[in-house]
Write a protein of this length. Structure first.
Lengths: 286, 311
């Protein structure tokens, strides 16, 4: 029996600017640009297609500006797509009156997108300021996600929040302190706890270890691996750090100028890169 | 006689509209018919979508915005010659704001006024809902300073409209969660946010928590007018209105710990705390003066005029 992908993404395209009919034909790795020379629009990503299988960690690598974070933000509905399709295979009916089978998620209403986000997805941003409310307590940050998923019992919310903070190695005594008071690594771990609070099926990680010192990086990566093993999450990990990709991901997608230039098993891509850009990327690794 | 002079006369005001209009040269109920129709249309929309804030073209009045002009415009738009008007401010019939509005409306309509909640057909109020149960035949018009309940958590109007549109209310709930974590209870006194008809979070205007339960499944039509912010919204009769509460932190009304009204002896009303300047003693009085008077009357006791005991 073939394995059904949990997430199926097809022809994802995002163009900033007015766009013209020549945009897609005049940008990309062959032209070494993602700015359309006819109309000046920026093609942040185009024709990005991939599947994510249950329990899998998929990596997206590429240099800065290659469109990898854009892809993640499109998947999390933070940005509106220019065109493209996304399908989700849901193993359980978490949302009432919403049948997602065979429906392109990008065409749903803003309210339905929010529900999908609240019930199925979690995201960890590179900058904790994007994912956390710095003035609200750490527990409150987690509570917000739970409230979105219709939790209305303070004791249960606090129970769950302290459990998650424990799991992400934040001292529970500091639960009612705002993340503003925390170190960078701790903020990142609060973000992970927040992203996990609604038992997501999909977890998106955007450069989670960038800017953290090496020992903290190692602990965050350990945590992610542990959580993935325990909770059987499907994840998409965006990073420019091949070390992170090698450690976490089974399959990897390489992006450049908004396009996918190569995809395959992580081992294969790192040991035997086919595309010239991937070869440079791998060989320039220290 | 000019309107201003007329309003200052204390003699018999007469209830004959034609005579009245001849005297003050204004259209019945001051604002023009086109504007009244617009406001009535907006009221209908507000009634059709309980709790939804309908924008309206708030007009200039001989009273500054922020002094009850939203409520006045609603009152003037729905009032007819046979209506009986009661105006209260913080429960009091005799406070300056209430008296002025009452005088203005009678000056331009000639309607009868009353202090009796049961007798009135339209009651305009600021910050209170009368103690006595109102009926289907009556309308309560509330003056609203801040119509947007989400303003506490979000300063941008565009963003709050989106939040209402998508029923994205987690931040309001988060605010309540943080209150509970910090203070072990929700510290909101007046303006306690409510969920109307299971859809919109609404600002009930700065009524005390005491009055919130009166909104739920009420027989009366509640109309809310914010003149400065140019919004009208409504709670139609028999509509579910629930204060936001957690399963283990329930909403509760004010507790007066057994205090009774020093005038009428009521123990089941919303009380104002008064400290006597001379003696420094602390007494409690009913905030709803019309009700207080009624209780005293029924007990046959002597009492001062309504204006004397207003705070």
């Amino acid at each position: 029996m073939p394995i059904i992908p949990i997430l199926d993404v097809r022809n994802l395209t995002k163009i900033y600017g007015d766009g013209c009919h020549l945009c897609l034909r005049s940008t990309g790795p062959e032209y070494e640009t993602n700015v359309c020379r006819h109309c000046g629009s920026i093609v942040a990503c185009s024709d990005v297609s991939f599947e994510l299988y249950p329990g899998e960690i998929l990596g997206i690598v590429g240099e800065s500006g290659s469109g990898k974070s854009t892809v993640l933000k499109l998947l999390h509905f933070d940005l509106d797509v220019t065109s493209g399709e996304m399908y989700i295979q849901k193993p359980e009916a978490r949302i009432q009156n919403l049948d997602l089978n065979g429906k392109n998620l990008f065409l749903l209403s803003a309210y339905q997108k929010r529900q999908i986000k609240n019930f199925f997805m979690g995201i960890v941003y590179q900058n904790p300021h994007l994912g956390l409310r710095m003035d609200v307590s750490a527990g409150g940050n987690i509570a917000e996600r739970l409230i979105m998923a219709n939790w209305r019992n303070i004791a249960m919310i606090r129970d769950r929040a302290s459990g998650l903070l424990e799991k992400t190695e934040i001292p529970v005594e500091r639960m009612d302190e705002p993340p503003r008071n925390f170190s960078g690594g701790m903020q990142q771990r609060v973000q992970i706890a927040k992203a996990l609070s609604n038992d997501p099926l999909l977890l998106f990680l955007d450069e989670v270890t960038t800017g953290l010192d090496v020992s903290v990086q190692a602990r965050v990566l350990d945590l992610i691996r542990k959580l993935q093993r325990e909770l059987q999450l499907s994840m998409i990990v965006v990073s420019h750090d091949l070390g992170v990709i090698r450690l976490l991901c089974q399959r990897t997608v390489v992006m450049r100028y908004g396009r996918i230039v190569e995809k395959g098993l992580t081992d294969q891509i790192l040991e035997d890169p086919q595309h010239p850009y991937t070869q440079i990327l791998v060989s320039s690794q220290l | 006689m000019k309107l201003k002079e007329w309003m200052n006369t204390t003699g018999d005001r007469g209830q004959d509209i034609e005579v009245r209009q001849k005297h003050n040269d204004y259209n019945f109920a001051f604002i023009d018919e086109g504007t009244k129709r617009e406001i009535r249309r907006k009221i209908l929309k507000a009634v059709a979508i309980p709790g939804y804030q309908v924008p309206f073209g708030s007009r200039e009045l001989p009273i500054a915005r922020g002094w009850g002009t939203g409520g006045i415009q609603i009152t003037l738009s729905i009032i007819g010659p046979d209506d009986i008007l009661k105006v209260i401010d913080q429960g009091c019939d005799g406070s300056v704001n209430a008296v002025n509005i009452k005088r203005f409306v009678t000056a331009v309509t000639g309607v009868k006024t009353t202090t009796d909640t049961k007798e009135a057909t339209i009651i305009q109020t600021r910050h209170r809902i009368p103690e006595e149960r109102m009926t289907e035949e009556q309308i309560l018009v509330l003056q609203v300073p801040y119509p947007e309940a989400l303003r506490t958590v979000e300063p941008s109007e565009m963003e709050t409209r989106r939040m209402h549109g998508e029923a994205d209310y987690s931040r309001m709930w988060l605010y309540l969660y943080e209150e509970i974590v910090k203070f072990k209870e929700i510290s909101i006194g007046a303006r306690y946010p409510v969920m109307v008809n299971g859809r919109y979070i609404m600002d009930p205007s700065p009524i005390p928590r005491w009055d919130i339960p009166k909104l739920n499944m009420a027989e009366t039509l509640y109309l809310f007018g914010a003149g400065r912010e140019k919004r009208i919204y409504a709670v139609p009769p028999y509509t579910k209105v629930e204060p936001l509460e957690f399963e283990d932190f329930k909403f509760r009304v004010e507790d007066f710990k057994g205090a009774v009204c020093a005038r009428c002896g009521s123990a089941d009303t919303f009380l104002d705390e008064i400290i006597d300047d001379a003696t420094g003693t602390r007494i409690y009085l009913c905030s709803d003066t019309g009700y207080c008077d009624k209780v005293i009357e029924s007990k046959g006791r002597e009492f001062k005029t309504e204006a004397d005991q207003c705070q």
